[in-house]
Every structure is written in structure tokens, then in C-alpha cells.
Write a protein that binds this ligand. Structure first.
Ligand code: DSN
Length: 410
């Protein structure tokens, strides 16, 4: 094991100690259960299984087929979907497969812009989605920092995209998927919903489920869903073949079966009643934290959150996002700098930070603790260059977190 390779072992030990002693507030991260970790390290990592159950290009697939069928069945049950593909290595390949299933290179697409809270794969110019397709982007309104569905409808009517690709990486408001379906229908587009960030909240019933409305739903499995790093695609039966062909052989080779085993376990965990309570607490914590930050003089983009994340506009504190995120990291609060909509500052030094509550909620923090978290954040933002403040905050957080276990059983 790791004792036999001290160089790697020591890095892993340092990482474990770091993760346990800081407030991990990157909204796309979480803490998996011991069973998920165990499955990731299982002997399924030794296998290859190109193809799909009963249609593989390798022999000896009995257990691999059983595993993939079980994982797909759990995914369909949990999200109410007709078909699931559980092979995508992560979210970007899942999104690439979604495009490939319904578009040809050069087709027009409409997606949510990066600074409005969309993802790179929703048509950003340096991403494959902006290079292979004629990508058009919608932005949130400048005054409300929210999607204006009438504007989206008008824009889609002009552009006539083949696909309307909607999802969030930092948009904190719930999407109106029924309205998006109407907009897609009106211009003859496919609707793809990327719920990478909010998949666990959908399962918990605290965020709208796009499955009844979207032709294709993509997600990652490691964010609020609290599974292994990975991706998944859900779709209507009529698109199943196109989606499966896009994943393999369109983009990928063999699925990562150890990742699939871990995903099956995570989906089993997400089906438990305790997961619903977990999802509810994630959102309650995020709303509570947002309010505490507002009470302490900060502005939350769009005025708040409906999910697990928020983007904090730091301009009232005269500090940029990069400087803030670096000071917070040294103080034991790990987050990421993030652009705000219509950000006057450059992407490497934007005006905001993005905060999320999934990991803190997994550790057991609740509303009363969100006041402490807000205090620590604001203390650092008010004195980012004060070494004593930074060191004292880091020590306080480390001591505080000793009460909150880092391991859990799902
Ligand atoms: N966009 C990344 C994030 O939200 O952290 C994940 O792809």
C-alpha cells in the first residue's frame, strides 16, 4: 500500500490532513462515503469493457454487465429517466456526447455564457463547444442578474438553434425547465439540461427536475450527488441509441468500471431518506450563509441563492476575487475566484468568489455554524494582508472542525 511508496504516501497524508482541517467551500466538491472510496479502489479497475452490456468487444464480461445494468437501473429510478448512460468519464465528455447525439459540426447552439453562470461546454469560444458548433450565448439581465425567459425566447427565435443547452456552474437560481421546454419547442430545438452542480439537490427534491422536460440531461456524479468523479447522461428512449453511440465509440473507449461501481453505491446512498435531509440542509445552509454575508456588508449576485452555491461580489470590500481567494485559503477557507455578471475586471482577477455548502453540510455543519463561517470569511476579507488575522483564523477553524468527522457512511 502507500507505506511501500513513501513519496506518494506522504502527499496523500498531507492532502488528507489538509482536507480535514479546512472549510472546503468549492461548490463542485464534496466528501464521498467510505464505501464509495472503497469501490473506487476495487478490482474493477483491472478490467476493460468497451461496448455496452451484452454488446462488448471483450470476453469475461458477466460481472461488468451486471454492474452496468444495476448502475443504469438505479440512475433511471432515482431521476425518473427512461434511459441512462453511466459511462462518461466526467461532465465535459458527457456534454460533448450530448451535442454529438443531436448536432452536426457547424450547427447553431444557444447556451448560457460563462460570466452568467454557464459552463465552458455551453458554447465558450475556446472550448470544443464553441469551436465545433456555431455557438451563441445568452446572458443574465444586468439589473436582476437572472435569466429573463422572454429574452431567451426572443433570442432563440432569431438564432433558431439546433440545441438549447442550459445548465449552471455558478448561476444560483433555479431554472424554469417547463419554460425552457416551451422555448425549445417554439424554435424546434432540442433541450439539453446540464445539472452537474445540482443533481443531488434534484434527487433530494429541493431543486426542479428537468427530466420530464429536457430531451437530454447531463450531470457529473461527484458534486451535490456525492459520488465518485464521473459523468452521466439521462435521456428519452428515442435518443438512447444516439447518446450511447456518441459516448462509445464516438468519444470514449472503455468505461471506468471502478468508477461505475462507486457510482452505483453513491446512487444507492442517494436513494435513502437521509439523502433528502442532506439536500435540504445543503440549501438551508447556503441561504443562511448568503444572508449572513449580506448582513455583513457583502452583495450576493442575483440577491441570493436557490441551491448550494452563491457568487459573492467583493467590490464593497475593495478586494478582487483572486486576492480574496488566496487570503481565504491561507486562513483555512478553500473557495475559488469567480467572475460576476458583466464583470468590469479581467477573468484572472475578477470581482467575486464562489462559495458552496455541500462539503460543509456533509461534515454536519448547520445554520448556527453558518454565522461563524460568515464571520471568518468577512474577518479575512477585511484584513487580507494581516498575517496574525490569517493565522488565528486558520487555527480557529482547524480546532472547530475537530468536532466534525471527515468520514461518513453515506
Ligand atoms: N466548472 C467546474 C466547477 O463548477 O467547479 C466543474 O466543471
Amino acid at each position: 500500500m502507500l507505506e511501500l511508496d513513501r513519496e506518494v504516501g506522504e502527499i496523500v497524508e498531507r492532502e488528507a490532513a489538509m482536507q480535514a482541517s479546512v472549510l472546503r467551500m468549492i461548490p463542485s466538491e464534496n466528501i464521498v462515503s467510505d464505501s464509495v472510496l472503497e469501490a473506487l479502489g476495487s478490482i474493477f479497475t483491472n478490467r476493460y469493457a468497451e461496448g455496452y452490456p451484452a454488446k462488448r468487444y471483450y470476453q469475461g464480461q458477466e460481472n461488468n454487465d451486471a454492474l452496468e445494468r444495476l448502475t443504469c437501473a438505479r440512475a433511471c429510478e432515482l431521476f425518473g429517466a427512461e434511459h441512462a448512460n453511466v459511462q462518461p468519464y466526467s461532465g465535459s465528455p458527457a456534454n460533448m456526447a450530448a451535442y454529438m447525439a443531436v448536432c452536426q459540426p457547424g450547427d447553431r447552439t444557444v447556451g448560457l455564457g460563462l460570466n452568467s453562470g454557464g459552463h465552458l461546454t455551453h458554447g465558450w469560444k475556446v472550448n470544443f463547444s464553441g469551436q465545433l458548433y456555431e455557438a451563441h450565448q445568452i446572458e443574465v439581465r444586468q439589473d436582476t442578474e437572472r435569466i429573463d425567459y422572454d429574452e431567451v425566447a426572443k433570442y432563440c427565435d432569431e438564432v433558431k438553434p439546433k440545441v438549447l443547452f442550459i445548465g449552471t456552474t455558478s448561476y444560483s437560481r433555479a431554472f424554469d425547465f417547463a419554460r425552457l421546454r416551451e422555448i425549445a419547442d417554439a424554435c424546434g430545438a432540442y433541450l439539453v439540461a446540464d445539472i452537474a452542480h445540482v443533481a443531488g439537490l434534484v434527487v433530494a427534491g429541493v431543486y426542479p427536475n428537468p427530466v420530464p422536460y429536457a430531451d437530454i440531461v447531463t450531470l457529473t456524479t461527484h458534486k451535490t450527488l456525492r459520488g465518485p468523479r464521473g459523468g452521466m447522461i439521462l435521456c428519452r428512449e428515442s435518443l438512447a441509441k444516439a447518446v450511447d453511440r456518441a459516448v462509445f465509440p464516438g468519444i470514449q473507449g472503455g468505461p471506468h468500471l471502478n468508477q461505475m461501481a462507486a457510482l452505483a453505491i453513491a446512487l444507492g446512498e442517494a436513494a435513502r431518506p437521509s439523502f433528502k435531509a442532506y439536500g435540504e440542509q445543503i440549501v438551508a445552509n447556503a441561504k443562511c450563509l448568503a444572508q449572513h454575508l449580506v448582513d455583513r456588508g457583502l452583495r450576493i449576485v442575483s440577491g441570493g441563492t436557490d441551491c448550494h452555491l452563491m457568487v459573492v461580489d467583493l467590490r464593497a470590500k475593495n478586494i478582487d476575487g483572486k486576492t480574496a481567494a488566496t487570503a481565504l485559503e491561507h486562513a483555512g477557507i478553500v473557495c475559488n475566484f469567480n467572475a460576476i455578471p458583466y464583470d468590469p475586471n479581467p477573468p484572472r482577477r475578477p470581482s467575486g468568489i464562489r462559495l458552496g455548502t455541500p462539503s460543509l453540510t456533509t461534515r454536519g455543519l448547520k445554520e448556527p455554524e453558518m454565522a461563524l463561517v460568515a464571520d471568518w470569511i468577512v474577518r479575512v476579507l477585511d484584513a487580507p494582508d494581516d498575517e496574525a488575522v490569517i493565522a488565528n483564523t486558520a487555527a480557529e477553524i482547524k480546532a472547530f472542525l475537530q468536532k466534525y468527522p471527515y468520514h461518513h457512511q453515506g
